[in-house]
Write a protein that binds this ligand. Structure first.
Ligand SMILES: [Zn+2]
Length: 309
């Protein structure tokens, strides 16, 4: 580890924290659903017929560029890691959730689905109207045989304030600077695959009443919220009753995708995992590019894990 990281207290996750085990490849011939973790709040959810991507952010420029220069998507990396997508869902329009989404849609022909701010970013990045779908949430959107639905949510406060608040009301520059991308309407996505239901919470807060009518088998849960939002894990488990929780948004997102990630200093990842387990759910902590294989239906066996991409 670099000396400067040690000096400022940046730590890395330990291998033994992850649930990955190459041995568990048991039912690869049975119908299944795969979930790949992309780092930050990014996921690929796919089966043989459908690929939905959430909050892809693979480009991960370093600290200096993030703070001082326009942010450029790494198109070659996006093409290599996500060669196919049908729909791309964005939870909110901050740079670490949306920067790579327009390029991914352009490369794959996928629709970009999200708030007015998200659509504004897609349009500014050059996507045609046919690939843009705006939603205010609370509506079922067909995605092949699946259904996706945005639940209105809110952005978490970090140390008492929301970073880059507000909507993107006019087309931002492209490539954008970090400050150009306000969060806009925040949506928690429900991805209903007909068997497994996945709920994606990509920021450090949510609205209890919006989650109350939902159930989930898997929740992808932003790890930052535990410190800043009272009853964060407890409320998610009580309202959504998931079997599995996949922690996300625990790394600084400023290391290259294939390098060892740094932990966000305010996130106690082992404590988060412990709290999930104590709440009665199975935590599935994945390394970046780790891939989980789930049974197509939750009444069968638990998740197994495949090698990272
Ligand atoms: Zn954000």
């Amino acid at each position: 580890m670099a000396l400067w990281k040690r000096m400022i207290g940046l730590e890395q996750p330990r291998t033994e924290w992850f649930c990955a085990s190459d041995a568990a490849l048991g039912h690869s011939s049975s119908p299944h659903l795969e979930i790949t973790y992309l780092g930050t709040a990014g996921f690929i959810i796919q089966n043989a017929a459908r690929t939905v991507v959430l909050d892809p952010y693979l480009s991960r420029p370093g600290l200096r560029q993030t703070l001082s220069a326009p942010l450029r998507p790494d198109t070659a990396l996006i093409r290599r890691i996500i060669p196919h997508a049908d729909d791309v869902l964005v939870g909110h329009a901050h740079y670490d959730h949306i920067l790579d989404a327009p390029d991914l849609c352009r490369l794959t022909g996928a629709r970009l689905i999200g708030s007015r701010s998200t659509v504004m970013v897609g349009r500014t990045a050059g996507l045609p109207s046919s690939q843009l779908l705006e939603t205010e949430g609370r509506e079922d959107i067909k995605s092949g045989d699946w259904t996706v639905r945005g639940l209105p949510s809110r952005h978490g406060k970090v140390f008492g304030r929301i970073p880059f608040p507000g909507d993107i009301a006019t087309p931002p520059p492209w490539p954008p600077r970090m400050r150009d991308l306000k969060h806009g309407l925040v949506l928690n996505w429900v991805v209903d695959t007909g068997g497994l239901r996945i709920v994606h919470i990509d920021s450090a807060d949510f609205i209890n009443a919006e989650l109350a009518s939902q159930r989930a088998d898997v929740v992808c849960l932003c790890a930052i919220g535990r410190r800043f939002r009272p009853d964060y894990v407890k409320d998610v488990v009580r309202l959504l009753q998931p079997k599995w929780i996949i922690p996300c948004h625990w790394d600084t997102m400023m290391t290259p995708l294939h390098a060892e990630p740094d932990l966000i200093p305010t996130v106690d990842l082992p404590g988060f995992v412990r709290e999930i387990r104590e709440a009665g759910c199975e935590p599935l902590l994945m390394p970046l590019l780790g891939r989980l294989k789930f049974p197509a239906c939750t009444t069968t066996a638990p998740a197994t894990v495949e090698k990272p991409l």
